[in-house]
Design a protein around this ligand. Structure first.
Ligand code: MG
Length: 380
């Protein structure tokens, strides 16, 4: 079994993606691109070692790596991509792997199939890379046609025998600019083999690439609708907290925390969609830490769980069931507060109210009930 190392090149500034920070840290459905690439690579192939080459002033990479749970080491890159790759290769000198895969951090969708094809090609060749044909008509800038069959579109990972690509890089001058690592291997006379590329393994470069990536991921997600229900009794005095809004009505909801039945039902709905039990499992009412707790904390924790799963909360719908207090005067403030806590636009947040026609405990004005649904897209 060969020892294969992975170098993830994440030292770019990503100015073409239209962000004011490097694109590898831009969030793609709740996780940074770098984290997605790292996790996907570690899942798709057995690497003996992973090196992330990052920009000099980058202090986010370590957090991202820790979040991913993948074991990887950070190395500072150079001025050009070539210098960065060289820094990564040098960092592998001691462990001297048989093979090294060099991959763009901005390609989060590389498949196991591609990894295996590259590994197999290295049995016979010094270097290999995934390549795709040109399918659109190809023209020179002056309008003349070019023969597209003479061209290939190169992707990464580009994989090599470590010692051979290391020597090839050692002959290059500092600051040298090359199209890719295959170009350096070619220049050094290494034997090369191109394997089938994969359209899904595209590089996130421009703003519309994020849309494409999100669309691709959504196609691999399922929709889950969670429901929540909560009841709290009224007690005299204090301020009522309902859906994160303070209501001065001369009475309040009784409970261990601030007893915000609206936020409790919504928190339960989100945990429900994720299959993560109920609010009591996460925040036991016996825990004194939650005495008089602002229930926004519970909802925020549920939203953290959404992001951790790489899921997206699409919509929430709440129904408050009570004779009193009147909900309508507070409804827009409730929607705004929930939208803020959940990171949703207003149109994705619904708050409604109803009565039970004076029947039951809500009819007798002993307390109120809240019922919520939360719709999530969750990666399969
Ligand atoms: Mg409750």
């Amino acid at each position: 079994m060969h020892k294969s190392a992975l170098i993830l090149v994440a030292a770019g500034t990503g100015s073409r993606a239209g962000q004011d920070y490097p694109k590898q840290y831009y969030s793609l459905v709740g996780k940074s691109i770098l984290q997605r690439t790292l996790e996907n690579c570690a899942k798709s192939f057995k690497f003996s070692e992973i090196i992330c080459v990052i920009a000099k002033k980058d202090n986010r990479a370590k957090d991202v790596i820790a979040k991913s749970g993948v074991s990887a080491q950070c190395i500072k890159g150079g001025k050009t991509r070539t210098d960065s790759v060289r820094a990564g290769l040098k960092a592998l000198k001691e462990s001297a792997p048989d093979h090294v895969f060099i991959h763009d951090a901005a390609r989060p969708f590389v498949s196991k199939l591609t990894m295996d094809a590259l590994s197999e090609a290295l049995e016979k060749y010094d270097g290999t890379a995934p390549a795709l044909p040109v399918t659109d008509a190809l023209k020179f800038l002056d309008g003349r046609s070019a023969d597209r069959d003479q061209f290939l579109r190169m992707q990464t990972p580009q994989a090599f025998h470590y010692s051979k690509i290391m020597s090839a890089f050692e002959t290059l001058e500092e600051g040298a600019q090359t199209a890719d690592d295959i170009a350096i291997a070619k220049e050094a006379g290494l034997s090369l083999k191109f394997v089938d590329g994969d359209e899904r393994n595209f590089k996130i470069t421009y703003p519309h690439d994020f849309e494409k990536a999100e669309y691709m991921m959504a196609a691999n997600s399922y929709t889950a609708v969670g429901s929540g229900y909560d009841v709290h009794q009224f007690e005299d005095g204090g301020t009522m907290m309902l859906c994160g809004v303070a209501i001065e009505c001369g009475y309040r909801l009784k409970g261990h925390s601030d007893a915000d039945a609206g936020l409790h039902s919504l928190t339960d709905a989100i945990f429900g969609a994720l299959g993560l039990g109920d609010i009591g499992d996460h925040f036991p009412p016996t825990d004194d830490a939650h005495k008089n707790q602002d229930s926004a904390v519970f909802l925020t924790a549920a939203m953290d769980a959404v992001r951790e799963r790489g899921a997206v909360l699409q919509h929430v719908d709440l129904t408050l069931i009570c004779e009193q207090p009147k909900i309508k005067p507070h409804r827009e403030a409730m929607r705004a507060r929930i939208a803020d806590l959940c990171g949703l636009t207003l149109q994705r947040v619904s708050v409604k109210a109803t009565t039970t026609e004076k029947l039951g405990f809500t009819g007798r004005k002993e307390g109120l009930a809240a019922q919520a649904t939360a719709t999530l897209s969750i990666p399969s």
